[in-house]
Design a protein around this ligand. Structure first.
Ligand code: GLP
Length: 240
């Protein structure tokens, strides 16, 4: 219960109490929360105070509002370790989710000079540009665009990338994927991204850029992904 004589702000105490109900499973993913009015009556505080607690929990990604319907407990975030070089398909499967893809486009295009210099190929050399929505248990998780040199990853088709790119590279082409450099930064979904991901526009997203090389050092892909920040988080273990 809240303590009105405590120096801790009341909205914060309420926020922590609802958070505790979520982390201990009293409130489960998909459950609807009480309305602002009901909470205000329950705690004997103003609706403004409740609104502040609720808005803080929304920005922490623990709950979300559905227009005209109410506020719900968010599904648990997918936690991805950053210590291994994994594919989206592997990330989903290791969390017990069924991966799938929705193809936005699959093109063979001549490399621009920026792409050519990153992939260490000549300008105008053919590269695949693949844009997919990546889903877990049928929920859109990310939009991903890969640029891949056609001479390195031979014979790519729409059917192959409807499943797993890395699986094809390793188990059909027998190429060894070596290492990648990845940058993660926060951003806000554009209208188009929000529509593809099924989230409200201007929702937070995580932008990820990866440059992957084969074990022999040959550049394999440059990738840009936009992950839903409400469904995804990264975890890294560190030694000292
Ligand atoms: C992740 C990486 C991409 C990689 C992809 C392969 O999403 N960010 O760089 O291309 O996995 O995934 P899959 O093998 O499932 O197609």
């Amino acid at each position: 219960m809240i303590d009105k004589s405590s120096p801790m702000p009341i909205y914060y105490q309420i926020e922590e109490e609802i958070k505790l109900q979520i982390t201990t499973g009293i409130l489960k993913p998909g459950d609807i929360l009480k309305s602002e009015r009901e909470y205000a009556e329950y705690y004997q505080v103003s609706r403004m105070t409740i609104r502040q607690a609720i808005n803080n929990l929304v920005s922490q990604g623990l709950i979300y509002k559905r227009k005209g319907s109410g506020t719900y407990v968010q599904e648990k975030k997918i936690e991805q370790g950053l210590n291994g070089l994994t594919s989206f398909t592997e990330d989903m499967k290791s969390r017990g989710l069924e991966p799938s893809n929705r193809l936005i486009h699959f093109k063979l295009i001549p490399a621009t000079s920026a792409i050519a210099s990153k992939l260490k190929i000549d300008v105008h050399t053919p590269v695949y540009e693949i844009k997919r929505i990546r889903l877990g248990d049928n929920t859109p998780i990310a939009i991903e665009t890969n640029i891949i040199p056609a001479n390195t990853v031979k014979g790519l088709t729409e059917d192959i990338i409807a499943k797993s790119l890395y699986d094809y590279i390793e188990n059909t082409l027998h190429l060894k994927i070596g290492k990648a450099m990845q940058i993660i930064e926060s951003s806000i979904a554009t209208k188009a991204e929000a529509e593809l991901l099924g989230i409200a526009k201007q929702s937070p997203i995580l932008l990820i850029e990866r440059e992957t090389h084969l074990a022999d050092g040959t550049p394999l892909e440059i990738v840009k992904s936009s992950y839903r920040a409400d469904r995804y988080k990264f975890m890294i273990s560190m030694n000292r």
